[in-house]
Design a protein around this ligand. Structure first.
Ligand code: PGA
Length: 250
């Protein structure tokens, strides 16, 4: 499988930041074996598409409804019209900070797919579940509740992002990560059938240029969702390059 490397800029970036996007676009163009998506704040989507027309630009969230009285929210079709071709749903910062349930996330994913957006569905346990050995039961329930049934199989990815690893400088051991990604693949096969083998399962949480290569070598880790280290081309470019080395070796 080609490696999928996604930048999640979160609530960072004004127009001036698009100079970094151009550097990221250059790194992506230099490594065509890697699929790269950059998800800036929604306010920058249209400008990002203009600045880097060959780069796939995504959004960080969408609403489940097509239109309506939802002040401040954005429908998937609005994001698509602005130029987004992908969207992240169910990020833990939305699950925890905005009270999103699995049913909410599934509704968003269904809306995103209906709007033609490649949909990255995030799952991951918090520190308490991690410490009490409840990581996989948490993830399994999130997958069962959040993944749409019978999606177009080439239009989804799963991002495993343990909440305790996000922005903390901590990552799972490669052994733990391999076990969890294999368990996610098995759970996804129950939900989607054998086609689940084609769905990228990517990892996110404290990825840097220094740890990307080791983590990308873990079986069933098909790519990365990168927060802090995706904000500059200097940090993100080497992560794309690490993925290219492994895509080429496949
Ligand atoms: P981080 O964030 O790379 O800054 O840990 C990852 C994410 O939340 O997607």
């Amino acid at each position: 499988m080609r490696k999928l490397i996604i930048a999640n800029w979160k609530m960072n970036g004004l127009r001036a930041h698009l100079t970094e996007l151009c550097g990221i676009a250059d790194a992506a163009a230099a490594h065509p074996l890697v699929d790269v998506i950059v998800c800036p704040p929604a306010t920058l989507i249209a400008a990002a598409v203009t600045s880097a027309p060959r780069l796939m630009i995504g959004a960080q969230d969408c609403h489940a409804a097509v239109t309506g009285a939802f002040t401040g929210d954005l429908a998937a079709a609005m994001l698509a019209e602005a130029g987004a071709r992908a969207v992240i749903v169910g990020h833990s910062e939305r699950r925890a900070g905005h009270g999103e349930t699995d049913a909410d996330v599934r509704g968003k994913a269904e809306a995103a797919l209906a709007a033609g957006l490649f949909t990255i569905i995030c799952v991951g346990e918090d520190a308490q579940a991690h410490d009490t050995g409840a990581a996989f039961s948490t993830i399994e329930a999130q997958l069962a509740g959040s993944v749409p049934r019978a999606p177009r199989i080439d239009q989804i990815a799963i991002a495993y992002e343990p909440r305790w690893a996000i922005g903390s400088g901590r990552t799972p051991t490669t052994t733990d990560l391999g076990r969890i990604h294999a368990e996610i693949r098995a759970a996804l096969t129950i939900i989607l059938g054998p086609d689940a083998a084609q769905v990228p399962i990517i990892y996110g949480g404290s990825i840097t240029a220094a740890n990307a290569d080791d983590i990308l070598r873990v079986p069933n880790v098909d790519g990365l969702l990168v927060g802090g280290a995706s904000l500059s081309a200097a940090d993100f470019g080497p992560i794309i390059a690490a993925a290219a080395g492994l895509s080429a070796a496949d």
